[in-house]
Design a protein around this ligand. Structure first.
Ligand SMILES: Nc1nc2c(c(=O)[nH]1)N[C@H]1C(S)=C(S)[C@@H](COP(=O)(O)OP(=O)(O)OC[C@H]3O[C@@H](n4cnc5c(=O)[nH]c(N)nc54)[C@H](O)[C@@H]3O)O[C@H]1N2
Ligand SMILES: Nc1nc2c(c(=O)[nH]1)N[C@H]1C(S)=C(S)[C@@H](COP(=O)(O)OP(=O)(O)OC[C@H]3O[C@@H](n4cnc5c(=O)[nH]c(N)nc54)[C@H](O)[C@@H]3O)O[C@H]1N2
Ligand SMILES: [Mo]
Length: 733
């Protein structure tokens, strides 16, 4: 009999602290022993999506998969096989679900390859855009806040989305006890990270952070508060002096801010106030405070980049760190999200994918519906000018982005239901999720906690750790491990020797662990590690500082940008802007300008759908995972946040059942009337399980926000703009 206990090893000392489970970790037994868990392999008997299944044997299931995979590869080629994105097991090794490095990927790599993707649902826009400025996307570790005098969070909510004891909040609290850093939170919502800890909350309209940044830049420039020596030495394109010759006259940042650029608009606080919803005087005060309090840690979460103009916003926020010279120093930050110290970790080798074509992660529904129409210049296909074949086979292992977590569920439903398009969908999960309902074959997996595996550290500031988990229980019913499933398929496909290399799951763990020990001799011996279960190591350098070497010697340690410097003006982006095919109002720009983007505050569509809707990552779930645990549901109700002013105008009272709708669909849930959200904005915890009669009215009754999000991608990353939504809200009458 096992219980869930917290890590109790060592003294709970800052930097070598105990890794305490969050709400979800503490309820893991309720997931493991949940009566709804999948027990047997099943095949679809009704229409796709109807969720009518019949129990079959493992042999029958595996034979069917092998036969269909062989047929589809023969008929359409390996490019027609897709492994869908999934974050269900991001911490794991043998069990890891990441699409390009999972056991499913290893199997496909041994079998001729598969169509892969680039980017993630988490941070497609920032991963694409930030490197144009810095060459990479790096931030200081949160623990470095111990050296800060001021912390400014743009839509960063670690209290909720880094909430375990190993997480960021712990550091934030402890570090601020030492440094006494003031904390300013800029977020449309009064988040849990604020919750009384903040010195100031500044509500901002979603998607307008770049306008705020531009107006603050205006104050800093006109009041002589910028770090001019830093801009001259380390940056390209701040003013005339460092503007690349290929750029147009007055194409530099200073001209854009002062109104000497193309648009002739000075980005004054007065200009930004009606866009952002932040009073002019607040913008001025904030700009002065950031520019004069050093070091200042400017950090953004990923909610602001999961938007239609996310690529521009992330670079605009970074400008504040650049203008004030806070990059590359202790207590400062680049403007990117916080990072964590990591100890070496070796994954089992997934092999090389012979298929080089990649789609943007968010574009897979289009690749199913109209694959050969997708091109490099219009849709961001990489490795080829265009796709040759549509997706015909989908692997969906430990993910729910097949339906619930992807945008516009009603469109996805139509695409997936058509069996002439995608011919086979294999789902491997623990539950009959929204995605699993669309499976042709549904395979019941063991959970990570039911098998031996190595888990690398997630966010723990200046501490790295490794967990070696052992099965907490024996396998029940006909649940099998992913390694067993893929090995059995390899047998049927005639690639068993390549796939297993003669190793068992335990042999692979030994193999990767020995490699880790070569990289870090501090790791104990295998058997010892197995017995102790956890290994922790403090960052010997103290705290991570992004771009520290560059700051110290930019000649010797250039950035990975083409110029080796911080590119405020990016010639690479200017080139893309000239060659890519974009639909209005999409824009790619060499400077980090403000542009409203589709479904933004200034989109004319707001006349019809007047509310901006953002989602947020909820403490009661990991996306949709844990969404079926009753005590977590009770403690973390699914409700839409609505300001009292809007509620009064709409006659909505706290707890009333409301409908949210737009051109994509409708979802219903109770309202939470609260001043914790600014007027004109609604917020839903993302990830609730879709519950709709798809043969009838298609109305969702569980506040699953992806029935009202769009599949239109962002301009540069072709990423998911799931925070850019315009909707109407009404009382259910
Ligand atoms: N408990 C829990 N933790 C999680 C997850 C989870 O589902 N549950 N998911 C994990 C994963 S995979 C990821 S990718 C991360 C996600 O991490 P994030 O993407 O950073 O999380 P979000 O909650 O989407 O957004 C953070 C904050 O941004 C605010 N925000 C939204 N739009 C804007 C805007 O335009 N401007 C500003 N200034 N703020 C804005 C939101 O109100 C929210 O408070 O969290 C991880 N951690
Ligand atoms: N509207 C909106 N949509 C969003 C977001 C948003 O902010 N707003 N955020 C996006 C982001 S950042 C992300 S990362 C994605 C996340 O989307 P997903 O990666 O799909 O994450 P989950 O919904 O947690 O789904 C994980 C699945 O893995 C399964 N699983 C868990 N453990 C195991 C296991 O041991 N074995 C197997 N086989 N399965 C297991 C769970 O049952 C669940 O079905 O969602 C994206 N979607
Ligand atoms: Mo994510």
């Amino acid at each position: 009999m096992y219980r869930v206990e917290t890590d109790n090893t060592g003294l709970d000392i800052y930097g070598n602290h105990q890794i305490r489970a969050c709400l979800r970790g503490r309820s893991i037994r309720r997931v493991m022993n949940h009566p709804d868990r999948l027990k047997y392999p099943m095949k679809r008997v009704g229409k796709r999506g109807e969720a009518k299944f019949e129990r079959i044997s493992w042999d029958e299931a595996l034979d069917m998969i092998a036969t269909n995979l062989q047929r589809i590869v023969q008929e359409y080629g390996n490019e027609a096989v897709y492994i869908n994105y999934s974050s269900g097991i991001s911490a794991g090794n043998i069990t890891r679900s990441s699409a390009s490095t999972s056991m499913v990927a290893r199997l496909m790599n041994c079998y001729g390859g598969f169509l892969s993707h680039y980017g993630t649902y988490s941070r497609a826009q920032i991963l694409t855009a930030m490197p144009y400025t810095y060459g990479t996307n790096q931030g200081n570790s949160t623990s470095d806040i111990i050296n800060s005098k001021l912390v400014v969070y743009f839509g960063n909510n670690p209290m909720e989305n880094r909430s375990s004891g190993a997480g960021v909040t712990y550091h934030l609290e402890q570090a601020r006890e030492v440094s006494r850093a003031k904390m300013i939170i800029i977020d449309p919502r009064y988040s849990d990270t604020a919750a009384g800890r903040e010195d100031e909350w500044i509500p901002i309209r979603p998607g307008t952070d770049a306008a705020l940044a531009a107006a603050m830049a205006y104050v800093m420039i006109t009041e002589n508060l910028v770090d001019q020596p830093f801009l001259d030495k380390y940056c390209v394109g701040y003013d005339e002096k460092t503007l690349p010759p290929s750029a147009p006259k007055n194409g530099h940042y200073k001209a854009y801010i002062l109104g000497d650029g193309d648009d002739r608009i000075a980005k004054t606080p007065k200009w930004a106030a009606p866009i952002t919803g932040i009073p002019e005087q607040t913008i001025i005060r904030l700009a002065r405070e950031i520019a004069t309090t050093k070091p200042c840690c400017i950090t953004q979460g990923w909610g602001i980049q999961r938007q239609s103009n996310g690529e521009l916003s992330v670079r605009a926020v970074a400008m504040l760190a650049i203008l004030t010279g806070n990059v590359g120093i202790h207590g400062g930050n680049s403007g990117a999200r916080e990072e964590t110290y990591k100890i070496p970790f070796t994954y089992f080798p997934a092999g090389k994918n012979p298929v080089k074509t990649k789609i943007p992660v968010f574009m897979w529904t289009d690749a199913v519906a109209r694959g050969p129409e997708l091109t490099a210049l219009h849709d961001g296909i990489k490795g080829k000018d265009k796709l040759n074949v549509p997706i015909k086979f989908i692997w969906n292992y430990a993910g729910n982005t097949l339906v619930n977590q992807h945008s516009d569920i009603n469109r996805t439903h139509d695409i997936l239901q058509d069996e002439s398009k995608c011919e086979m969908i294999v789902v491997i999960d623990n539950f009959l999720t929204s995605s699993a309902r669309y499976a042709d074959l549904l395979l019941p997996d063991l959970m990570v906690a039911e098998q031996a595996d190595l888990t690398p550290n997630e966010y723990a500031g200046n501490m790295g750790y490794l967990i070696f988990g052992q099965p907490a229980t024996t396998p029940k019913f006909e649940r099998r491990s992913i390694y067993w499933m893929m090995s059995e398929l390899a047998k049927r496909l005639g690639i068993e020797a390549q796939f297993t290399e003669g190793r068992s799951q335990e042999d692979w763990l030994k193999f990767v662990y020995e490699d880790m020990r070569k990289k870090l001799p501090d790791f104990p011996e295998y058997e010892q590690m197995k017995a102790q279960g956890i290994f922790k190591k403090r960052d010997p350098k103290g705290h991570l500082v992004a771009y520290k070497a560059f700051r110290e010697d930019p000649e010797k340690n250039p950035l990975k940008t083409p110029s080796g410097k911080i590119e405020i003006y990016s010639e690479s982006l200017a080139k893309l802007a000239a060659t890519w095919q974009l639909e209005a109002p999409d824009i790619i720009h060499p400077l980090p300008i403000y542009h409203y983007g589709f479904n933004g505050y200034e989109d004319p569509k707001r006349r019809q759908y007047p509310f901006q809707l953002v989602g947020f990552h909820y403490k009661g779930r990991t996306h949709s995972s844990y969404g079926n645990v009753a005590i977590l549901q009770a403690a973390n109700p699914q409700e839409v946040w609505l300001n009292p002013l809007d509620a009064a105008a709409k006659n909505i009272t706290d707890g009333a059942f409301v409908r949210l709708f737009n051109e994509h669909g409708e979802t219903r849930l109770p309202a939470k009337v609260t001043p914790r959200i600014m007027p004109g904005v609604l917020a839903i915890p993302q990830g609730a399980w879709h519950q709709a009669d798809m043969a009838g009215d298609k109305i969702d009754h569980n506040g699953s926000m992806n029935v009202i999000t769009t599949q239109r991608p962002s301009p540069l990353a072709k990423g998911n703009p799931q925070q850019s939504n315009l909707v109407q809200i009404e009382l259910v009458g």
